[in-house]
Design a protein around this ligand. Structure first.
Ligand code: URP
Ligand code: ZN
Ligand code: ZN
Ligand code: ZN
Length: 469
């Protein structure tokens, strides 16, 4: 079916970050044309080539996952989802936009890195996609490139206080990049962990024979996440730039963000489903199973979860993204069987985010509207995609999910669509399931059958962060 088709979604509960209404949704030319209260004369007068019955279902904006790493080269291997397989899995899970990370490698220009990522994604994506840029080599050339990238629609830059020798930037490089962002409107995204100190603890742990995956969690101490978060915030203040802290996992790091926001500083925080639903208990699973849960920042003891849920409710954390960076247990995670520091870092999740957060609504952690806020609307605003993405309103792209809030499912590698041989949420029971997904008016999931195609997804140049004046 082409995006020229007129589609009508009838009788569902339309949930956005702002409100919930029983409304019919009319789609034309790939966009939301109009909404009208269900049963009214206006809504009844509408006709369409395709009518989707959404009675007893939610009609929600497609998810915006602002943190994915398809095909990321890491630790001598590469993330196992390609842009094709990863975006298809995203569609299955009700996500219709990803913002992935293009990488500047050490010694390369950002331009070269970005062009490489454009080529990887071009013609392969099932849903729309955009890029952030990872800067691994902040020098004069990179700083100048930042200005051009912002103009081109790559308006956010990830820096790493961790991974010395790979992605790491020192404080001087971070300050310079923040100063540049404060001038050109870019948003600095920070991987906030003190990687220099962590590497000392890694070396000491390995020398003492502590090679098991659980030591990954022990050496990457919560205090070293908090310290780096604090330092990043102070550097951003000095530079006069906004700051977005990615994958916050430690309560102590969240406390730094909360304190900064209480001062009115433009500091934002993201967490991920793995930090909300998993813990160091998973990292300690015997028989090297813990390797399935190795990511950075690491999973924390269960107590941290309550702080993260609270942060999402109080808006001290604004976004839940997946940091989807899958590595197969077989052949990839196994690279670190005798040395946890050689386990490639990252977890799959792009397909499971919307469902896990719906379960969080049922469990009382979030309201329905907050679910849509943190998963759709706020990431779209944060990264300059709103209201094209992240809401259901006239003029917005018709990226719409028909969500069955009553369906029961069990998350499993046996049924997921991500190209990875395990699921970190294996056996988790979820009430709620994606039924039908539209991307710019095209049905890409039709009552749980994939009807999309690689190449439907379009590249999205982005505006700057919409939370800044
Ligand atoms: O472990 C993780 N998070 N892998 C992906 C790279 C990053 O730091 O986000
Ligand atoms: Zn028409
Ligand atoms: Zn990171
Ligand atoms: Zn990441």
């Amino acid at each position: 079916m082409s995006s020229g088709t007129r589609t009508l979604i009838r009788g569902g509960l339309v949930v956005t970050a702002a409100d919930e209404t029983h409304a019919d949704v009319l789609i034309e030319h790939g966009r939301i044309a109009a909404l009208a209260a269900h049963g009214t004369a206006v809504a009844e007068s509408w006709t369409a080539e395709r009518v989707i019955d959404a009675a007893n279902k939610y009609v929600i904006p497609g998810g915006v996952d602002a943190h994915t790493h398809m095909e990321l080269p890491f630790g001598g291997t590469a993330a196992s989802d390609t842009f094709e397989t990863g975006t298809r899995a995203a569609a299955w899970g009700g996500t219709t936009t990803i913002v992935d990370f293009a990488v500047q490698s050490v010694g390369q220009s950002p331009r070269h890195g970005l062009d490489t990522w454009y080529a990887k994604a071009d013609g392969n994506c099932a849903i729309d996609y955009a890029f952030h840029m990872i800067l691994s080599d902040v020098d004069e050339r990179s700083l100048a490139a930042m200005d051009r990238l912002v103009e081109e629609g790559v308006t956010s830059f990830k820096l790493f206080m961790a991974y010395p020798g790979v992605f790491y930037s020192d404080d001087g490089q971070i300050l310079r990049a923040m100063q540049r962002a404060s001038d050109n409107g870019g948003l600095i995204m920070m991987h906030a962990e003190n990687g220099i100190a962590i590497d000392v603890l890694v070396e000491q742990a390995l020398a003492a024979g502590r090679t098991d995956p659980r030591y990954h969690g022990e050496v990457r101490r919560a205090l070293l996440e908090a310290e780096a978060t604090h330092r990043a915030i102070q550097l951003a203040r000095v530079a006069g730039s906004p700051l977005y802290v990615v994958h916050v996992s430690a309560a102590e790091a969240l406390a730094e963000i909360t304190a900064a926001r209480a001062k009115g500083l433009p500091v934002f925080g993201e967490t991920c489903p793995q930090y909300l639903f998993l813990s160091t208990d998973n990292l300690a699973e015997p028989g090297f199973e813990g390797a399935k849960y190795v990511c950075s920042t690491p999973l924390r003891p269960g107590e941290h979860q309550a702080a993260l849920w609270r942060g999402l409710r109080t808006d001290d954390l604004q976004v839940v993204s997946t940091d989807h960076c899958p590595f197969c247990f077989s052949g990839q995670k196994e690279l670190g069987r005798n040395d946890f520091s050689k386990i490639p870092n990252g977890l799959p999740g792009v397909e499971n985010r919307m469902d896990l957060l719906h379960q969080a609504v049922l469990d009382g952690h979030l309201t329905r509207r907050r679910w849509i806020d943190i998963a759709c609307a706020t990431p779209a605003r944060m990264f300059g995609l709103y209201p094209k993405k992240g809401t259901i309103a006239p003029g917005a792209d018709a990226d719409v999910v028909i969500y069955d809030p009553h369906a029961e499912q069990t998350l499993s590698a046996a049924t997921h669509h991500m190209n990875v041989d395990y699921n970190p949420y294996e056996g988790t029971r979820i009430t709620g399931q994606v039924e039908t997904v539209l991307s710019r008016g095209e049905v890409v999931i039709d009552r749980r059958t994939y009807t999309g195609r690689a190449g439907h997804g379009q590249y999205l140049p982005r505006g700057t962060c919409q939370y800044l004046g």
